[in-house]
Design a protein around this ligand. Structure first.
Ligand SMILES: [Zn+2]
Length: 81
């Protein structure tokens, strides 16, 4: 079982930071899948299997809600700011 966890840093306009967490699994029996979830922000999670399609903007799909300023749409990738 190969399980990879990657984190991409996110930052809200109010200064709060969190992470977009990607878990990637490569299992011979169940196939490859990826799972996205948020750390530090409220929001949805997203699981993609090898047969599924990937939303172009994962961050928009997850709709991160900042618990500090209670606003949507203010969270951006820190590395791309
Ligand atoms: Zn905020």
């Amino acid at each position: 079982m190969l399980l990879t966890v990657l984190r991409e840093k996110l930052v809200c306009e109010c200064g709060r930071t969190g992470y977009l967490k990607l878990r990637e699994d490569d299992q011979p029996l169940s196939g490859t899948w990826e799972s996205y979830s948020l750390e530090g922000f409220e929001g949805s999670s997203l699981t993609i299997t090898s047969s599924g399609s990937i939303p172009g903007d994962k961050l928009a799909y997850l709709r991160p809600l900042c618990p500090q300023c209670s606003q949507w749409g203010k969270v951006k990738y820190a590395s791309r700011a």
